[in-house]
Design a protein. Sequence first.
Length: 206
Amino acid sequence: MLGWAFPPRGANPLFEQYDALIFDMDGTLVDSMPLHLDAWQITSDEFQLAFDRELVNSYGGIPTRKIVAMLAEQQGVTIDVEAFTRRKIALYLQHISEVSVFPTMAELVKAQYGKIPMGIGTGAPRDQAQQILHTTGLAAFIPVLVSADDVQNHKPNPDTFLKVAELLGVDPHRCLVFEDTEIGIQAGKAAGMATMLATEGVLKRV
């Protein structure tokens, strides 16, 4: 894979071949994963669930309750999934105001605003996503949002990104997806979209 950095101002030829840009949110546009993982660590300790930070991070894009259920099954333990999820979310929300946009991604969004339609497809609940988008100012640039509450089949299924394309009125094959996890990349490819891996603002074609 080749690393790629976009010019900070003006249109980029890379984007001219697409009709829309679609972004994951957590870990892609915004630096929120450390806060999520800290909340996961505390909650896992409280519920006596073995916690692997790298593993849980790789599940980015999948709603918390689904990850908890998967981990419990993998470990052969019984967990109150709803109680775990409520506790983890409560811990995360205590620090949600600390979430910031990766500077490179902020420049990308601002540079392409008004030039190409943009949307967000996230595994986060709608209320959390909206709060982050408004707090960071991203809502002013990216009006279309599809959250975990808006689809039944989450990533790595393509439904989230297909819904974004539908709302943008764009052919899925004419979309470019930005994601920070392999699960998200799988979802983008399953939707028939081109994909780029976004790791803390550093982009790579995949």
